[in-house]
Design a protein around this ligand. Structure first.
Ligand code: ADP
Ligand code: ZN
Ligand code: ZN
Length: 818
């Protein structure tokens, strides 16, 4: 078909396999552009999609619909961003719609909200309706449209769906789909001088002649002071505060015609009000690191900084950011966890003030839209979690990926299953920016890239200033247990003594345990019953504080049983130790100490996290117990001792990355101790102190660890030697799933042979009532093989959906699983 009609391809934020084509009505042709959002209908629902292609012909056998409206006067997405979306979709085997879903803040995605209207051309003979139906129909002839909520109020009934359903069937009503814009600017009331008083002489004359109230006088003077900066619209709250007046006084002045009161948009972004500090001088090590980085930057090579904990990497980043700001460029500083942002934000704000904006998933939608807009208008430094990669940078000069080894850079669910660290290397290449990955414990992948010369490598082996790495001691739990020292407690004698010692010297303590809750589970001593989730194949965790058993996979909760549900006996005991139990142990042993806990249960919101960190950094807390949340990035002045309750739980994980993770976690948490002044101490409790990873951690032997790990990866065919793609199949019917997994594996094996492993039933074979099987693919890291494999997987997935008996099984593809 070829005519003068304009067509667009539109990305819709769903897992649709393709983009959809729409025609552009004549009156919108001039306003259409790539990157603008448009309102479109799809399967009787409305969506806001993004235009990704404009053309004058179309190849489709289906009727093409018009777009309904254009939502943006200017594109909200640049070509470069769209290129990144395409790369992510292609590399991680997902749709552009899924990338859009992850990339745009919800405030920029529109949603349908259901409203009910009378059916167009309906005959208005309501004689066939019952009383309730009649009421609704009649109300609609008056009100035009009603929400479900309003209908429920009119009928004074809770169950109204059957009534609506019947009215829909009788063709009296229809559902109106309307897009609602979720983002709205924050408004405050503000005052402004009326035009006749903008001449100050006139105003002062008026003040002398007509104003008798002291409050009114104070309000006028406050306005004059506050508007000196040139901003003539002053929020009423500022006037209240400065003049100590209330709304009645401003109202009176409005009546006299002095002020007009109106609503204005204000920013939700925090304003930095402290002084900007001078950055401290660089150490010799930092100066030479920066010189070396520059060399690599000229070559356009990504740089990996391997600097031990406390070596001053952050100071290096600050220097590099300053330089970019001077060049008029934007910088993106990625952090894996928002818990970390608190401390780093504060640190950076001292030097960069309002040039910094923050972006992460725990901000509300409107704040995220404002950061998005700020980046579009050139905000200099963005500190954010992985999705900040998708912000609309105008002139990106530098990306820093701090703690680049961190697993939370990888999104696991839902799609796109992208790794923000690797994607940032791609984004840097696309935008001609430089990229720096930093860590005290680099990932095997990145370190290998550095060793192979693909990345530049910078090593800093010395802590900043006089501070040295802490001493690490291991307590052999086997021996402690044998001599009966570990009865009813998780704290060994040496750890207890160390805590006593550090507390007596006014030093603080962090205790790390990788499990939250009280006890990982409970078991009946008489019949062997064990608390298991009804929806997942996992044990339930006892949360004593909530008097509940909880599933950490699906959130299922049940009361902690007083007696065994199977045999009725009361001989139930707790297995293992979670953070909650350790907190309790510590409270018994150190009744005088202030003890706080930081895990998913106590640190749900950003506010909780901030207050825990604040209390610790100001010395209000003596001991902080926590999960991996306490292992990362913290920089506290008085933290002397770090205790690790059970290192075995880390090394024993059934995953090829277990050793790597354990080494990283142990080294990182150890690195929190003694960062300033006096040397710190770390105590690791373990049943297997002879485990090589623990050995290597104690002696800070990264190289030895790396060599050993590479040897194993090579021997067992794991990355970086081979590339991994996992395929996850899920369904609520176990038999159907089995058939699908077998079919899928067979199809892949036909072409890929021994590279395909499976189907595998994972150790947790059911989550949220869905059964799970895996197929693992290990392929040579060659672009041709990789692309062929990805195409084959996607093709097979499509084919499966046409086969009776197995269609409907969900297939998730995970490229570079982490
Ligand atoms: P890393 O990020 O490598 O763990 P940091 O950048 O947090 O290390 O530095 C460790 C400590 O040393 C911090 O408290 C920091 O303030 C201090 N520090 C680092 N570099 C300097 C410097 N050039 N001048 C003053 N203090 C510094
Ligand atoms: Zn569950
Ligand atoms: Zn029992």
């Amino acid at each position: 078909m070829k005519n003068d009609q304009v067509y667009v391809a539109v990305i819709i934020p769903l897992a649709l396999p393709m983009e959809y084509t729409y025609s552009v009505p004549k009156h919108l042709v001039d306003s259409i552009d790539i990157g603008v959002r448009v309102e479109v209908a799809l399967k009787r629902k409305l969506y806001s999609g993004i235009v990704c292609l404009i053309g004058d012909s179309v190849d489709s056998k289906y009727a093409i619909k018009d777009i309904i409206s254009i939502l943006d006067p200017m594109p909200i997405l640049s070509d470069k961003q769209l290129d990144l979306w395409k790369w992510v979709a292609n590399y991680y085997c997902c749709t552009l719609g899924e990338v859009m879903h992850a990339a745009l803040p919800s405030g920029l995605k529109l949603e349908s909200e259901t409203k009910i209207v009378l059916k167009e051309n309906a005959n208005y003979d309501f004689s066939g309706l019952n009383d309730d139906e009649y009421l609704v129909a009649e109300a609609l002839t008056i009100r035009n449209e009603l929400t479900i909520q309003e209908i429920s109020e009119i009928l004074n009934k809770k169950t109204i769906y059957p009534i609506i359903r019947s009215l829909l069937d009788k063709q009296v009503l229809e559902i109106k789909e309307e897009l609602i814009q979720k983002y709205s600017a924050k408004k405050v009331r503000a005052i402004q001088l009326s035009p006749e008083f903008t001449d100050q002489a006139v105003l002062l004359q008026f003040l002398d002649d007509k104003i008798r109230s002291e409050g009114q006088e104070r309000a006028i003077l406050a306005y004059l002071t506050l508007s000196k900066s040139g901003n003539m619209l002053i929020p009423v709250s500022d006037i209240y505060e400065m003049a100590r007046v209330n709304g009645a006084i401003l109202k009176a002045l409005e009546k006299k015609g002095v002020f007009t009161i109106s609503k204005i948009d204000v920013s939700r972004l925090k304003v930095y009000s402290d002084d900007i500090l001078e950055v401290p001088d660089l150490s010799i090590e930092q100066v030479s690191a920066i010189a070396a980085i520059k060399e690599f930057q000229i070559e356009k090579k990504p740089v990996l900084i391997h600097g031990i904990t406390g070596s001053g990497k952050t100071r290096v980043y600050i220097e590099l950011i300053s330089e970019q700001i001077k060049l008029g460029n934007q910088c993106l500083y990625l952090l894996p966890e928002i818990a970390l942002t608190t401390q780093i934000v504060e640190r950076l704000e001292h030097y960069f003030g309002d040039d910094i904006a923050i972006y992460h998933s725990r901000m509300n939608n409107s704040e995220r839209v404002e950061t998005w807009n700020a980046v579009m208008s050139g905000k200099k430094v963005i500190l954010g979690a992985r999705s900040s990669l998708f912000l609309p940078f105008q002139k990106l000069g530098l990306i820093i990926v701090d703690e680049e080894h961190d697993p939370s850079y990888k999104q696991t669910n839902p799609s796109p299953r992208y790794n923000a660290r690797d994607t940032s290397v791609v984004l840097a290449r696309m935008t001609n920016a430089s990229v720096i990955l930093g860590s005290a414990t680099p990932s095997i992948e990145s370190y290998t890239n550095a060793v192979n010369g693909k990345y530049g490598l910078i090593t800093i082996n010395k802590r900043y200033g006089n501070s040295v790495l802490p001493i690490i001691k291991v307590v052999d739990l086997k021996r402690e247990k044998k001599v009966g020292l570990l009865k009813d407690t998780s704290i060994s004698k040496p750890l207890e003594d160390a805590i006593t010692d550090f507390l007596s010297r006014n030093k603080q303590v962090i205790i790390f345990q990788n499990r939250r809750g009280f006890a990982p589970t409970i078991q009946c001593n008489d019949c062997g019953w064990i608390a298991e989730c009804v929806n997942c194949d996992v044990t339930l965790t006892l949360h004593r504080y909530f008097k509940e058993l909880r599933c950490h996979y699906c959130g299922h909760r049940t009361k902690n049983p007083a007696a065994c549900p199977d045999c009725g006996g009361d001989n139930i005991f707790e297995i293992g130790q979670g953070t909650e139990r350790i907190e309790e142990d510590l409270k018994l042993k150190f009744p005088e100490a202030v003890i706080k806990r930081m895990d998913h249960d106590t640190a749900k919101t950003k506010k909780n996290i901030d207050s825990i960190i604040y209390d610790f950094s100001t010395g209000k807390t003596d001991i902080l117990v926590g999960t991996q949340m306490v292992t990362k990035g913290f920089d506290f002045d008085h933290l002397g001792l770090v205790g690790i309750i059970n290192a075995d739980s880390l090394t024993r994980f059934p995953d090829f990355r277990a050793s790597e993770r354990a080494f990283q976690m142990l080294t990182q948490v150890a690195g929190r101790a003694g960062r300033r002044g006096e040397q710190g101490l770390v105590i690791i409790q373990a049943f297997t102190p002879e485990h090589p990873t623990i050995e290597e951690t104690i002696h800070y032997k990264f190289d030895k660890f790396y060599q050993r790990e590479m040897h194993e990866r090579k021997q067992f065919h794991f990355p970086p030697f081979l590339k991994l793609i996992y395929i996850e199949l899920k369904h609520s019917n176990a038999d159907k799933l089995k058939l699908a997994a077998e079919f899928f594996t067979d199809q892949l094996k036909k072409r890929l042979g021994h590279r395909v492993h499976g189907p595998i039933i994972p150790s947790i074979g059911r989550i949220k009532n869905k059964y799970i099987q895996f197929i693992n693919i290990k392929i040579e890291p060659k672009p041709k093989v990789i692309n062929f494999t990805k195409k084959l997987i996607i093709h097979t997935r499509g084919e499966m959906q046409n086969i009776q008996g197995i269609k409907g099984v969900r297939v998730n593809i995970d490229v570079d699983p982490y």
